[in-house]
Design a protein around this ligand. Structure first.
Ligand code: HEM
Length: 82
């Protein structure tokens, strides 16, 4: 598996982990004030989502800066290749 694909898969799974921590926050908060580690548990996956997301955002531009092939310019989404 190449790096771009790995990064996209990681972003996808992190989005599930992040959503689960947010849902857990709502669920636990219904019972009263949760401990701090529950409150802040969405932040680590969100931070990783930010970096993997920015990487995916920059990817098509980076290909162009580096003089990517015409094929990459036309459809312009090298990260989406399977
Ligand atoms: C924190 C900053 C984030 C940035 C900068 C970011 C950026 C991106 C980018 C650039 C893509 C690729 C879009 C494309 O295909 O062209 C993407 C895909 C995606 N993002 Fe994010 N994202 C962020 C956070 C999140 C969060 C919070 C979630 C959900 C909880 C999320 C869920 C997804 C999913 C499910 C995909 C599709 C991945 C796939 O192709 O399987 N992202 N994101």
């Amino acid at each position: 598996m190449n790096w771009n694909k790995w990064n996209r898969q990681t972003h996808r799974w992190l989005s599930i982990v992040f959503t689960a921590t947010v849902a857990a926050n709502f669920a636990i908060r219904a019972q009263g004030t949760p401990p701090d580690w529950v409150t802040y548990s969405p932040l680590p996956p969100l931070a990783l989502l930010l970096f993997s997301g920015l990487y995916m955002f920059v990817l098509p531009y980076a290909v162009r800066w580096r003089g990517g092939r015409a094929e990459s310019r036309a459809d312009s989404q090298p990260g989406m290749r399977t």
